[in-house]
Ligand binder design. Structure first.
Ligand code: SAM
Length: 261
């Protein structure tokens, strides 16, 4: 099989069905709490700091940060569906998160504004244009104040390539099955995802592709954009149980500092 992918797949796949297919990783509060523990461990974060949750999806990190008293959070994401989901949760909990629908390559936000930018849950590598991730990281660098920090959590491409499995499936409750087929095309992993409901039949049959980064490649990319003191932590495990969680299995955390001029 040759899995063909539409270049704009990332503009439409992040919807209510994604919140089901990836629920094991992105709708598990214990996992989110562990990820926010790591953010708080690695960044010199203070309650008054302005935090940008770039590609923040349905807001799980911003909401958890607010819960812990870090309530100067802004979330940028392209998916209106996920932003609506996050807005509802924020309103229900009276968390003052600012939500903005925008392309992370060009957010329209002010320069030198944020103390920290976080890019969590493997949100890089989606756009096929070769400079896209560099553009997202440059935009993050531009929005950070001097002395600010970036932290990104992405799939460890080295491990994904070594442990590559061409197919996987898992069940969601009694009704749904998620089946994934995968192919490696150089640095990009192509996948076809079919979601089948016993009651409703096929509710999703989509393809997507993600550019995989090895630790030294993401380190070089951050340095290229201007970040200093770049560190890659490859021992990051947010799932405690064994299993095939797709891109959420083997992750790494990269951090970089925007130096004071
Ligand atoms: C796998 S989800 C992770 C969401 C969230 N960070 C989390 O950990 O739950 C990836 C998110 O990145 C967003 N995204 C990807 N590329 C983007 C871009 N260029 N601009 C804005 N959002 C983007 C998607 O809409 C999606 O919500």
């Amino acid at each position: 099989m040759n899995i063909r992918v539409h270049p704009d797949w990332w503009k439409k796949i992040f919807d209510e069905v994604y919140l089901l297919t990836d629920a094991r990783s992105v709708c598990d509060q214990e996992i989110t709490r562990r990820e926010v523990d790591i953010i708080c461990e690695l960044l010199p974060i203070q309650p008054e700091h302005k935090i940008l949750d770039l590609c923040g999806g349905h807001g799980r990190h911003s909401l958890e940060l607010c819960k812990r008293g870090f309530d100067e959070c802004t979330l940028v994401d392209y998916s209106q569906n996920l932003i609506d989901h996050a807005t509802k949760q924020a309103e229900e909990n009276s968390y003052p998160v600012r939500f903005i629908k925008a392309d992370a390559r060009d957010s329209g936000l002010s320069a030198e504004f944020f103390d920290h930018v976080i890019i969590m849950g493997n949100s890089l590598g989606y756009i096929s244009a070769p400079e896209a991730d560099k553009d997202i990281l440059s935009e993050a660098h531009r929005m950070l104040r001097s002395g600010g920090w970036l932290l990104a959590d992405i799939t460890n491409g080295e491990i994904v390539k070594k442990t590559f499995t061409p197919s996987a499936w898992h069940e969601i409750g009694d009704d749904m099955v998620v089946c994934r087929q995968r192919e490696l095309h150089g640095e990009r992993l192509h996948a076809r995802e079919m979601v089948i409901s016993k009651q409703q039949g096929i509710i999703r049959d989509e393809t997507y592709a993600v550019r995989l980064y090895e630790p030294h490649e993401i380190e070089l990319l951050l340095e290229d954009v201007g970040f200093k003191n770049v560190r890659v932590h490859t021992d990051f495990l947010s799932h405690q149980a064994e299993g095939d969680y797709g891109f959420m299995n083997s992750r790494m955390i990269v951090s970089g500092h925007k130096q004071t001029i």
